[in-house]
Every structure is written in C-alpha cells, then in structure tokens.
Design a protein around this ligand. Structure first.
Ligand SMILES: Cc1cc2nc3c(=O)[nH]c(=O)nc-3n(C[C@H](O)[C@H](O)[C@H](O)COP(=O)(O)OP(=O)(O)OC[C@H]3O[C@@H](n4cnc5c(N)ncnc54)[C@H](O)[C@@H]3O)c2cc1C
Length: 309
C-alpha cells in the first residue's frame, strides 16, 4: 500500500512565501525514509549480515554517498520565482519541469522589487558584499528601474491588445518578472541541488528558494534530510593536500581547528600550502574549512510563511 506521510500530506497545496511575490509549495511526493530503507534492504538477502535500524542505515547511505536508494523518493513542487532565479534552477538537469507559457498566456505583471543595491563583492567575483551603495544613488536606480519595468509592461500590453503574437510581445520583459513552474526531482539529486544552492556562494535569491524546498523536503524524508545536513551541507571535504598541510601544522605545534588564525600563521599556511602545490583559492578554502564555522540553519516549517490567499 502507498505510504502516506502525515506531515507531508498536511502541506500539500499550501504555498509558502519566498521573496516579495514568490512561493514554493509541495505538490506531491512519493517514497520517504521508509522507501529509502526498503530499497536499500533489497540487497540484504538470506544469509547476509543483519541490517542496522532505519536511521542508522539511512545515515550510512547518505554518509557514504550511496545515492540510488535515495532515488526511490520523488518530490514535486510548484514554484514562482523571478526569471533570473529560474534560469539558475533550470540548470539542474535531472529535474522534470513545466513552465507557464508566455507564448500561450498573458504574463502577469509581477516583478521582484524587494532587493537592495549592494556593492560587488571583493572576494567573491560572482557575488555581492554586505555593503550598501550610497542610499541616494540606490533610490535613483530603483526608481529608474521601476520606470523601465512599467514602460516594458505598458508596451507589452499595447502589443498584445493590438494583436501582436504573445511570443513576440513578451520578448523585452525584464528578468525580474516572476515565472511559474512545476518542478520534480528525486531525493538524491535534490540533495545535490540543495548543497549547491544553499551554499553561501550561491546567489541570495536562489538560496531563499532552496531553503523553502529544503524545509518541505524535510517533511517527506526527515531522517535522510538531517543526515544530508550533517554529512553534506554542514560538512567539509578535506583533500589530500589539506590533510598534509594539517599534519604539518600539527607537527609544528599549531592547533588550528576552530581557532583564530593570526596574520603570521596565515602567512605560514599560505607559504606551505603553495609549496604543496595549492592555489590561492584552495588555501582560502582550507582556511574556511578549518575555521569550522557553520551557519545557523532552520529547516523547520516555522521558518516559512504561509501565503493566505
Ligand atoms: C555558485 C554557482 C555558480 C555558478 N556559476 C555558473 C556560471 O558562471 N556559468 C554557468 O553556466 N553555470 C554556472 N553555475 C551552474 C553550474 O555550473 C551547474 O550547471 C549547476 O549548478 C548544475 O549542477 P550540476 O551540473 O553539478 O548537476 P545537475 O545538473 O543538478 O545534476 C545532478 C547530477 O546528475 C548527474 N548528471 C546530470 N546530467 C548528467 C549528464 N549529462 N551526464 C552525467 N551525469 C549527469 C550528475 O551526477 C550530477 O551531479 C553555477 C552554479 C553555482 C551553484
């Protein structure tokens, strides 16, 4: 009989707010922790060793990256996000996706506007820093952008009204316009998506969607999800060069794990890391890993806001 997960059933069809006008909702699911357990246990025939209890087995699978039992579980979401965020989500090739068609239908005038103009980051070439640009300048840019958006939609409406094909009329609409789609993925690949899109190097906006997807996923497979957080999301992968550098530091009497790294020690790490053949970025990543900093993440449903329609 099909396994029903009460926690997941209770949120089916509920939309949770993400950014100013976006949402994520769980549309359907298949599987869960029990299915992962059953799929994995098929290998354990008569005469094999006794399998561990469910949590132990699932945590082992996730820790050792045995991903096929995780593929027993599927989740389908409905998502509303700005087009520039969808363009990142769509890069995850194992998803099945169907998007609202602006060739058939009229594009709703819903635009992502609730952002601030932060400066370009110095250390992350793709990202923003926490510094805001001058407030006056920001308000000028935002009012210019709103004007362009209003004008774009006005031209769009006029084009549609005068009979221009919708597929042509939509071409100039801004990337900040919201789009809508169904998106389905298996749990193993969903974890890969989450680990890339919850990472601090991912864009702030896509991280908000990944967070909501994570919270809903946790309802379907809580044991697997918590194992994913422990063994993947909040864990670090030490390379052989990292290990050699760590060993050297320990031999020199430095206890660097979770410790404050002063300028002198940092210089030592940079010189020795370079001698081991590590690049500048790799050494910076090493420093990040040994800092043991973890984010305070909350994947409970309480961290999401229901949309009251
Ligand atoms: C911070 C960040 C910055 C990025 N910057 C850029 C950028 O500047 N430009 C850009 O173009 N993209 C960029 N990307 C997108 C990135 O390059 C990937 O395309 C995206 O993250 C999808 O991840 P993936 O390819 O690892 O796996 P997915 O497509 O999510 O697939 C999941 C897994 O399925 C398997 N799989 C899927 N397809 C195949 C296949 N054909 N063959 C074999 N195995 C397969 C693999 O095991 C893979 O790990 C960025 C992503 C992030 C997170």
């Amino acid at each position: 009989m099909r396994k029903v997960i009460t926690e997941a059933e209770s949120v089916l069809g509920v939309k949770y707010r993400v950014l100013d006008h976006g949402h994520v909702g769980l549309v359907d699911y298949m599987g869960g922790d029990e299915a992962i357990d059953n799929f994995a246990r098929v290998s354990y025939g008569e005469g094999t060793r006794k399998t561990s209890e469910r949590a132990g087995l699932i945590r082992y699978l996730v820790r050792k990256r045995h991903s096929s039992p995780l593929e027993s579980t599927e989740l389908a979401f409905n998502i509303a996000c700005p087009i520039h965020v969808a363009r990142q989500i769509v890069r995850h090739r194992t998803a099945s996706m169907n998007e609202y068609s602006a060739r058939y239908s009229i594009v709703p005038e819903v635009i992502y506007d609730d952002y601030s103009c932060q400066a370009q980051s110095d250390n992350n070439k793709q990202g923003r820093s926490s510094d805001l640009i001058d407030r006056g300048l920001e308000s000028c840019y935002k009012s210019d952008i709103r004007e362009i958006q209003d004008e774009s939609f006005k031209v769009y409406r006029d084009m549609v009204k005068s009979g221009v094909a919708r597929e042509i009329a939509r071409m100039h609409l801004p990337l900040n316009t919201y789009t809508y789609f169904f998106w389905k993925m298996d749990l193993g690949n969903l974890f890969k998506f989450l680990s890339l899109r919850l990472d601090l190097h991912a864009q702030y906006e896509v991280r908000q969607f990944a967070h909501a997807i994570g919270c809903l996923t946790r309802l379907v497979a809580p044991i697997a999800f918590d194992a994913f957080v422990d063994y993947e999301l909040d864990s670090v992968r030490m390379t052989s060069l990292d290990m050699r550098l760590l060993e050297l530091l320990s031999q020199k009497g430095y206890n660097c794990i979770g410790a404050e790294i002063g300028d002198q020690l940092k210089e030592f790490i940079q010189t020795e890391g370079k001698a081991f053949g590590m690049g500048k970025r790799e050494i910076a990543e090493f420093l990040e890993k040994i800092s043991c900093e973890t984010l305070d993440r909350d994947f409970s449903l309480n961290s999401l806001k229901v949309i009251n329609e």
